[in-house]
Write a new protein. Structure first.
Length: 352
């Protein structure tokens, strides 16, 4: 039978209509979309400039308290996914503001969260009874089902508004319909360990002698910028610069060598001044937070100029190159651990 045959086409059309009430659908009409030759997702690259976003974060601070909002966040939505609270199909990103004296009350949820401090210092996040004071560039984790609250008491007698990037696996958990949440009766959780305890125990190439990892999640929840930055500097000076990534390191669970959390990979990279990267693509789309320096990311030929505190997203399988006009430091996160676990991650370092 020939598909161009009008009679046949009409018969097929009638067949599809008859299928509808039975909730049946013909695969052959959608096979190419369902099983694409190469990734064909809807997401587009996008950049949020700090200068554009900052006034709106400030306005949010005037309109609602952290306590009323529970989490006062402006979500970074992929322009191709309006209303879906997603920056890629699998990732959520937002910018959270906490003003001096405020408390974002304690809760816990199945979703894993990361914080990357963008602006200001002296706020804290408390995870499972231990507080961590935030400084720009610090990377902090809130693993699945851990109690956490945020506050801003200031530091050295000074308090200022603090903004950080929230990265969560919200769309993944939604995909699995596996979300649970609980609010704590206490606004701020009881502090049971002194600040820095987890980092002392697990973050210095040593582990308590009887420690056995009981989960894939990192036992340290704060990765201070000062230490990570020093390493990038050192490796940059030693010339260990990859043609595609510059000096790019991944954050680890120091007890296993694995990812800090099972669903989110996090990276920090230095692009030395004048760096002009070769084209790269991978199936894990990534969200970037610019810490230092100015440069450009060119995604599928479209150029996005970035500077400090800007955020951008590079979706899955989009070929992109990175350029730096000054020494630039980029933080990024992706769903790589999940793709690795499923054995579906693909990446390609293309020739220049
Ligand atoms: O800080 O717990 O941006 O639960 C979204 C959901 C932050 C948080 C977000 C959350 C949080």
């Amino acid at each position: 039978m020939n598909a161009n045959d009008t009679g046949a086409a009409e018969m097929r059309g009638a067949f599809y209509r008859d299928l509808k009430p039975l909730h049946l659908s013909p695969l052959w009409e959608s096979l190419a979309t369902l099983v694409p030759h190469t990734p064909n997702g809807p997401c587009v690259p996008a950049l949020w400039r700090w200068d554009d976003v900052r006034p709106f974060i400030e306005r949010a601070g005037e309109l609602i308290t952290a306590e009323e909002a529970v989490r006062r966040v402006l979500i970074l939505e992929n322009p191709a996914l309006p209303g879906q609270s997603s920056v890629t199909q699998s990732l959520y990103a937002g910018l959270q503001l906490i003003l001096p004296g405020e408390v974002a009350p304690a809760h816990r949820h199945v979703q894993s969260a990361l914080r990357f401090i963008v602006h200001g210092k002296g706020a804290y996040t408390a995870v499972d009874g231990e507080r961590t004071t935030m400084h720009p560039g610090d990377f902090i984790i809130t693993p699945s089902w851990t109690w956490h609250d945020h506050g801003n008491d200031g530091i050295d007698g000074q308090a200022e508004p603090v903004v950080w990037l929230d990265g969560l696996d919200i769309p993944m958990v939604r995909f699995f319909d596996a979300g649970f949440e609980e609010r704590n009766a206490a606004k701020s959780q009881q502090v049971s360990r002194r600040e820095g305890n987890a980092l002392a125990r697990y973050g210095h190439n040593l582990l308590p002698v009887d420690y056995r990892p009981s989960s894939p999640t990192s036992p340290i929840f704060s990765y201070p910028y000062e230490r990570s930055r020093e390493v990038l500097d050192r490796l940059g000076r030693d010339g260990e610069v990859d043609d595609w990534h510059g000096v790019k390191l991944r954050y680890v669970n120091p007890a296993t060598g694995g990812w800090p959390m099972p669903t989110l990979a996090t990276f920090l990279q230095l692009l030395p001044r004048g760096f002009s990267g070769k084209p790269y693509r991978s199936t894990d789309g990534a969200v970037y937070s610019v810490v230092e320096g100015r440069g450009r990311v060119v995604v599928d030929g479209v150029s996005f100029a970035f500077g400090p505190k800007d955020h951008f997203v590079v979706p899955s399988w989009k070929t992109h190159v990175l350029h730096a006009d000054e020494d630039a430091v980029l933080f990024s996160f992706s769903d790589r651990p999940v793709q690795v676990a499923l054995d579906i991650l693909r990446e390609e370092k293309l020739p220049g």
